[in-house]
Design a protein around this ligand. Structure first.
Ligand SMILES: Nc1ncnc2c1ncn2[C@@H]1O[C@H](COP(=O)(O)OP(=O)(O)OP(=O)(O)O)[C@@H](O)[C@H]1O
Length: 233
């Protein structure tokens, strides 16, 4: 079932067009890679889908209801509950330990302190960084920080994870490890993922690849890893 839809989205920054009529569906539990060359509008699309940016025209529909026209307070509540967001540089809170960082979305959602810490610890464990629970980001490697940030982005069990070049700052091996874990855990809890990347190797983790060019969909809907007979639909 399609739970997130973009209909004919356009968005400009001043006179620079970033999206020129993008239509896209993301099904429940589906992992969609959004690819394309630098500047083609990938991040802008992701931000519109996540309700961070408002499109100039078009619609974002979340589980049957308009998202883009809702007040910021509503959209930001959705980002704390049903959505997860993950960026290239994890943006952990420097003053908090790994466990506190991962527990934060749970605390904001009203979970009690002790339960939040326990859940955070289990997520650090899943990402292989349990030993960093009481360490602050400044004392971690980039890969360790991104593992913690990825754990934090999934800890609330979001329905959709929006990930913008989540492994772009990591070396190849570390990036693959983080992504493999992210994809496995997302599949386990049926979290859909919208994964922005310019690397074909990363896109291969997705169920489907949508390629943008100059703010428009160049091709969409090809199931990855499934033999294709007719080229792009
Ligand atoms: N804050 C901004 N102010 C002005 N122009 C912007 C801004 N953000 C993006 N743009 C422009 O909008 C277009 C699309 O940018 P966007 O960041 O969405 O592309 P992208 O595909 O994610 O690029 P990259 O792969 O380099 O991150 C580009 O022409 C970019 O220069």
């Amino acid at each position: 079932m399609s739970q997130l839809q973009a209909r004919d989205l356009t968005r400009s920054y001043g006179r620079t067009p970033a999206l020129r009529g993008v239509t896209l569906d993301v099904d429940e539990g589906e992992i969609v890679a959004v690819t394309g060359p630098s500047g083609c509008g990938k991040s802008t699309l992701l931000h519109c889908l996540a309700g961070i940016l408002r499109p100039d025209a078009g619609e974002v529909i979340w589980r049957g209801e308009r998202l883009d026209t809702r007040p910021e307070a509503d959209r930001s509540r959705l980002r704390r509950t049903e959505f997860g967001v993950l960026f290239q540089f994890g943006q952990l809170v420097a003053e908090l330990t790994a466990a506190e960082n991962v527990a934060l979305p749970l605390l904001l959602a009203g979970t009690g302190r002790r339960a939040a810490r326990e859940t955070a610890l289990s997520w650090l464990e899943r990402f292989g960084v349990a030993e960093l629970a009481d360490v602050r980001p400044g004392e971690m490697s980039g890969g360790q920080q991104q593992r913690c940030a990825t754990a934090r982005s999934l800890v609330t069990g979001p329905r959709v994870l929006f990930a913008d070049e989540p492994t772009g700052a990591l070396d190849t091996l570390t990036g693959e490890q983080v992504l493999t874990t992210l994809v496995r855990l997302a599949r386990e809890q049926r979290t859909s993922v919208v994964l922005v990347t310019h690397e074909p190797r990363i896109a291969a983790y997705a169920d489907r690849e949508v390629t943008l060019r100059d703010g428009a969909v160049e091709h969409s809907g090809l199931e990855l890893n499934v033999p294709s007979t007719g080229g792009a639909r």
